[in-house]
Design a protein around this ligand. Structure first.
Ligand code: M6R
Length: 610
């Protein structure tokens, strides 16, 4: 995720801001930049694609930029590829405003068109430049009022740092649904997206709430609400050490990323839902092309492959087209049946997985059109595809994927709705029902996450198991596969996922007294069949943790030893909720076993060798 740090005080600011940015490097980024104000030089901006060290070397650690007020940014590309020009700060054409930004401005295109109609010329592809130019367009000599007007024109989830050359020694910080903190010192003050950025200089902080605006000077910080009424902020003393601070106070990146999922999904879906419709601006698929498809191939590895397993059910149901899901490492060697009427959907968090990349090239060579779903903007797979849809999960640091997986699922849901509407294979009532439940996922996930202590308790009961089985049917089976992979990759416990109906064909012989079976039974049409499977394994001595929806909790608790529930939701969207208890269970089991959770043995975050 992007990082923000701003400082105003009595010392030279650029070295302090570069130091703050270095503490945000762990979050992942692809470019950096700083804006410094000095009375004799005005507003100066320096940016560079790549590592912070590149920028720091160019500026001799910041010494080259005089001035006691500065703000800096580490960018994780969303709108526009990583490049010098797309890096932040973004500056208005006349150089009056510099803006750094985390998050997404959803209506940036309409504002950009409005400003272009008024003669404004843009140099970058970013939504952030739109904000810098809009501020300049609205500026009436009062920075605070101009920021307030700007906030009423934009939509999205964001935090901003703003400097105006006409109002020196004053920085403005704003947030809506993307964190921004204030740091209070003696003769200096900060804003930052993360306490790590300034924890070496002050531990006195307050947290901006949504729609609050902070005016930061060296003498103090004044916070206003969106109507410009002053707000008194409560201060907190942070006693975390640096490494805990990097993880936002969580013990591991994996847990932090699990907890970030509601926000990651919100960011991925909300800009793409406009006036009750899914709008995928970057895609241009005609009804004729889609209706003539002979097949959709989904190609991926690991957890991304498991997203494909879930996607098969929803795409086939809504589009009435055959969907084949292939492991990328198998696809290229299986002489696949691909024609120019085949659409290949390639899923990858990193966009660099070599198996997926080579399989994708093979699909293209055989005539398929390739649509990729990727998290890392500008990655090799994204660049080599015909079309790309980005998941906006932000950087994922833990090797075990969580929020990238969830946002991939969300993108598949958007795609299924969009294609089905284009093809005419969905009626309006069904479309509206799914879309409305899709938008409810982040809030429902917050409820699921509240059960984490209970799931930690179940983990404490079962962390010593030598083998754990996940059973489910239909979409629950696909989620069982992901739950099983999560568990084995970080806890090193042997685990398997089975389609529950397959048990009697061999697998059930593995069940003995005390074996833990996690039974996923949330898919209503097959709930009763799942209960029969739970009875089968229990009568062979298994202990069962059942996962179901609230409306089946009573029934499930009659059979399973323990239950976890998720809120009811349209069946197609169940995986988005069900996967989270599986992630938490794997996490707490691994924690009990003392494993290296963020960096499990023998594994790499991005697998770039075959
Ligand atoms: O970056 P990708 O999505 O292409 O990576 C694919 C797999 O390597 C990845 O999902 C892996 O299985 C994860 N470690 C699972 O948590």
């Amino acid at each position: 995720m992007c990082g923000i740090v701003g400082f105003v005080g009595n010392e030279q600011a650029a070295p302090i801001v570069l130091e703050g940015l270095s503490r945000l490097e762990y979050r992942g980024y692809d470019s950096t930049g700083v804006a410094v104000y000095a009375p004799e030089k005005g507003l100066q901006v320096r940016k560079a694609k790549g590592r912070l060290q590149v920028l720091s070397d160019q500026l001799h650690g910041g010494v080259d930029l005089p001035g006691t007020m500065a703000m800096g940014h580490t960018r994780w590309a969303t709108h526009g590829v990583p490049s010098d020009v797309n890096s932040h700060p973004q500056v208005s054409t006349n150089g009056r405003f510099a803006v750094i930004h985390n998050g997404i401005v959803e209506n940036y295109m309409e504002i950009k068109e409005f400003l272009m109609d008024h003669g404004v010329q843009f140099v970058s592809e970013t939504d952030t430049e739109v904000v810098a130019q809009l501020l300049d367009y609205l500026y009436d000599g009062n920075l605070l009022e101009t920021v307030e007007k700007m906030l009423h024109r934009i939509r999205g989830a964001y935090s901003f740092g703003i400097i105006c050359a006409d109002e020196p020694d004053k920085m403005v910080g704003v947030r809506k649904d993307s964190p921004l903190l204030l740091g209070y010192g003696e003769g200096f003050n900060f804003f930052a997206s993360d306490v790590t950025a300034f924890i070496d200089r002050t531990r006195e902080v307050s947290y901006l709430d949504t729609n609050e605006i902070a005016v930061v000077t060296r003498e103090g910080i004044q916070v206003y609400n969106e109507y410009l009424e002053p707000v008194e902020k409560e201060r907190h003393h942070v006693d975390w050490d640096i490494s805990a601070a990097e993880k936002g106070g969580y013990a591991h990146f994996m847990l932090k990323e699990i907890m970030e999922q509601p926000e990651a999904i919100r960011k991925t879906i909300s800009p793409r839902i406009q006036n009750g419709r899914v709008v995928l601006d970057d895609l241009h698929y005609e009804a004729d092309y889609l209706n003539n498809l002979d097949k959709i191939y989904i190609i991926a590895c690991g957890s991304s492959y498991h997203v494909g397993m879930a996607a098969k059910y929803s795409l086939e149901k809504l589009l009435r087209k055959p969907v084949e899901v292939a492991l990328a490492s198998e696809f290229r060697y299986c002489d696949p049946l691909v024609t120019d009427r085949t659409l290949a959907i390639v899923i990858s968090q990193s966009g660099e997985t070599i198996d997926t990349l080579t399989a994708m090239r093979e699909a293209k060579r055989l005539g398929a059109r390739v649509l990729s779903i990727v998290n890392v903007v500008g990655s090799t797979i994204a660049r080599a595809s015909d079309d790309v849809l980005y998941t906006w999960a932000g950087p994922e640091i833990a090797v075990a994927t969580t929020k990238a997986y969830s946002t991939q699922l969300a993108v598949i849901d958007l795609l299924a709705l969009n294609f089905a509407q284009t093809m005419g294979t969905i009626d309006q009532a069904e479309y509206d029902a799914i879309l409305s439940d899709l938008q409810a996922i982040p809030d429902k996930l917050e409820q699921v996450l509240k059960q984490k202590d209970e799931i930690a308790y179940f983990a404490s009961l079962y962390f010593n198991q030598s083998s754990i089985f996940f059973i489910g049917r239909h979409l629950d089976y696909a989620i069982g596969m992901e739950g099983s992979l999560k568990l084995k990759e970080i806890s090193y416990i042997h685990s398997e996922a089975y389609a529950a109906g397959e048990l009697k064909h061999g697998t059930i012989s593995l069940i003995e007294d005390g074996t833990l079976v996690v039974a996923l039974a949330s898919y209503t049409p097959l709930f009763e069949k799942m209960i029969s499977n739970v009875v089968e394994v229990k009568s062979r001595g298994a202990e069962v943790v059942g996962l179901t929806v609230d409306s089946h909790s009573e029934e499930m608790s009659k059979t399973a030893d323990h239950i976890i529930t998720v809120p009811d939701i349209h069946p197609m969207l169940l995986p988005s909720l069900n996967v989270v208890p599986m992630q938490l269970f794997a996490y707490y089991v691994a924690l009990q076993r003392g494993c290296d959770i963020d960096k499990p043995r023998n594994l790499a975050k991005s697998v770039t060798v075959e």
